[in-house]
Design a protein around this ligand. Structure first.
Ligand SMILES: *Cc1c(COP(=O)(O)O)cnc(C)c1O
Length: 358
C-alpha cells in the first residue's frame, strides 16, 4: 500500500480554478474564446511591466533576490509603510498560506465567513486547523457574530474586503469597530485583493490601522488591477514582528526575478491602474444595464466582477455559455448554485457575454 497522508489531507478537495481558454479551445475546437472567469485585468498588464519582465528574463540564470529588496522598497514608498513590515508572496494565496502555517497549530480555530474566497477553507484544512464559518446574511459578513465566536482556540480571522465572490464590502466604521474588538492575541487578516478598484466614500483600507493594532495583517495582490496574475506576486503588510515570523517560514525564493521586476514597473505605472479602474467602472455599468434589460438579478459589487442570481440552478447556463465560447465562473462550491460570477471584461467582451446570455 502507498504511504497515506493524514486524514485532513485525504479529505481535501483541490481548488477549482476558472476554466483555462486553451482547455475550452481543445474541447470545442472554436475560437475566439473569451474568459471572464478569474477576475483578471482585461487590459492585460502595463506595457512598462511587460518590458521590465522581458528584460528580467535575462537575469534568470541567477537566483532571484530572496529578500525582494527593490520591490519591498518600492512598496514601502508607495504605501508609506516600513520595509520591515512587508512580506512578499507567490501571489497573495502564498501569503495567506504563510500566515496560516506560521501562526496556526493543528486544531486551532480560524474564523471566516460564509461565501468566503474558496482558498480560505482549503488553506485552513491543509493546515489541519479548524474552520469556524460565520453567517453572511444578505451577503454581508456578520462581524459581531465573528467576534462572539472567538474562543481560547481562535488564532486567526480571515476577512476579504471587498469579498469575492459576492463583491460586497464592509464600510470603514464597521470594519474599524470590529478590529478594535479583536483580542490582541488573535490575528485578523484583511484581504484587500480588490483594493485598487475601490471608489466608495465609506470604504477604507485597513493599512493605516496596523500601527495601533499589531494583530492586524493586510494582504494585497498584483493579480487583479495590476494584471500580473500569471506572474504570481502578492504581499502582506503587518507589524514588523509578525513580518519577521512570516519571513522565517517563507521559502527564500518564493517570488521569481521576472515577477519582481514586473511588479516594480507595474507599481510605477499608476496611469495604467487608473485606466483599468475606469474601464472597470464603464464595464460594470454596461453589464448592470444589460442584466437589467434581461430582467436578471445580481449582487451589487464593488469588485471587477458581478455575481448573477438566476433563481434556479445555474450550471446548465454555465455550460451553454461555454458552448458559445464564453467562460464564466460557477459558484456551486461556494454554496451558491443559483449564481454565476462574471468578471468585467473589455466593452467588446461584455457585449459578447450579454449577447450569449440573451
Ligand atoms: C483573486 C483573489 C486573491 C488573489 O490571489 P493571488 O494569489 O494573489 O492571485 C486573493 N484574495 C481574494 C479574495 C481574491 O479574490
Amino acid at each position: 500500500m502507498l504511504p497515506q497522508p493524514p486524514k485532513h489531507i485525504v479529505s481535501l478537495t483541490p481548488y477549482i480554478p476558472g476554466k483555462p481558454i486553451e482547455e475550452l479551445e481543445r474541447e470545442l475546437g472554436i475560437s475566439p474564446i473569451i474568459k471572464l472567469a478569474s477576475n483578471e485585468n482585461p487590459l492585460g498588464m502595463s506595457p512598462k511591466a511587460l518590458k521590465a519582465a522581458e528584460k528580467a528574463i535575462h537575469i534568470c540564470p541567477r537566483y532571484p533576490d530572496g529578500s525582494g529588496f527593490v520591490l519591498k522598497l518600492a512598496l514601502s514608498r508607495a504605501l508609506n509603510v516600513d520595509m520591515t513590515s512587508i512580506t512578499l508572496g507567490n501571489g497573495s494565496n502564498d501569503v495567506l498560506e504563510l500566515i496560516i502555517r506560521t501562526f496556526a497549530r493543528p486544531g486551532d480555530e480560524i474564523i471566516f465567513w460564509q461565501y468566503a474566497f474558496a482558498a480560505y477553507p482549503l488553506l485552513v484544512q491543509a493546515a489541519n486547523a479548524k474552520a469556524v464559518v460565520i453567517p453572511a446574511p444578505h451577503w454581508q459578513q456578520d462581524l459581531e457574530a465573528a467576534l462572539k465566536a472567538i474562543s481560547s482556540q481562535t488564532r486567526l480571522i480571515l476577512l476579504a474586503n471587498p469579498n469575492n465572490p459576492t463583491g460586497t464590502y464592509t464600510p470603514e466604521a464597521r470594519l474599524l469597530k470590529c478590529i478594535q474588538k479583536v483580542p490582541p492575541e488573535v490575528l485578523i487578516v484583511v484581504d484587500e485583493a480588490y483594493h485598487e478598484y475601490q471608489t466608495e466614500g465609506d470604504y477604507q483600507t485597513a493599512l493605516g490601522w496596523i500601527d495601533k493594532h499589531p494583530n492586524l495583517i493586510v494582504t494585497r495582490t498584483f493579480s487583479k488591477a495590476y494584471g500580473l496574475a500569471g506572474l504570481r506576486v502578492g504581499y502582506a503588510v503587518s507589524h514588523p514582528r509578525v513580518a519577521d515570523f512570516l519571513n522565517r517560514v517563507r521559502q527564500p525564493f518564493n517570488v521569481n526575478s521576472v515577477a519582481q521586476a514586473a511588479a516594480i514597473a507595474a507599481l510605477e505605472d499608476q496611469a495604467f491602474v487608473k485606466k483599468s479602474v475606469e474601464l472597470n467602472q464603464k464595464g460594470m455599468q454596461q453589464l448592470i444595464e444589460g442584466l437589467n434589460a434581461l430582467g436578471l438579478d445580481f449582487i451589487p459589487s464593488v469588485g471587477n466582477f458581478l455575481t448573477i442570481d438566476f433563481k434556479k440552478p445555474a450550471m446548465s447556463i454555465y455550460e451553454k455559455l461555454l458552448k458559445k465560447g464564453v467562460i464564466v465562473r460557477p459558484l456551486a462550491n461556494y454554496g451558491m448554485s443559483n449564481h454565476l460570477r462574471v468578471s468585467i471584461g473589455t466593452m467588446e467582451e461584455n457585449a459578447v457575454f450579454l449577447k450569449a446570455l440573451n
